[in-house]
Design a protein around this ligand. Structure first.
Ligand code: AMP
Length: 122
């Protein structure tokens, strides 16, 4: 964990300093709606303990990564999209558009999702 860095936006949300629409939380993870939803269901799942990205989380605490995935499934269940399906995305660094360097899974669904991975248009 890069614990010496300044607090991230998501640590401030988890700490209650910044309001969020919380969907689910437990001892190790915290889930809330994305402020700029890109699908009918768009929830972010964040481990309470900070890692920069999913690779660092996997290397540093595989059980916690497993908890994040389990919470993504729980969110899908709570949102009623387990049967219809959902997408889990971890943006990693610049070209993927990562903006918050506290690892988070985007859980997307609630409608048919388009293709993804296309380069950004000018
Ligand atoms: P990423 O681009 O993968 O780092 O994802 C960061 C996400 O955080 C974006 O989808 C933003 O819309 C979302 N976001 C930024 N600020 C907030 C906030 N205050 N509450 C909820 N979601 C936020």
């Amino acid at each position: 964990m890069s614990g010496s860095e300044a607090e991230t936006l998501f640590e401030r949300i988890i700490g209650g300093e910044i309001p969020a629409d919380v969907v689910y939380q437990d001892e190790t993870t915290f889930a809330f709606r994305d402020i700029r939803a890109q699908a009918r269901v768009h929830v972010l799942v964040v481990p309470r303990k900070r890692y920069r990205n999913v690779a660092e989380l996997a290397a540093g605490d595989p059980q916690l990564l497993s908890d994040v995935i389990a919470t993504a499934r729980k969110v899908a269940e709570l949102e009623g999209i387990l049967e219809s399906g959902y997408r889990v995305v971890f943006n990693t660094d610049e070209d993927a558009g990562q903006t918050v360097f506290h690892v988070h899974a985007h859980v997307l669904g609630g409608e048919p999702l388009g293709l993804f991975g296309a380069p950004e248009q000018d």
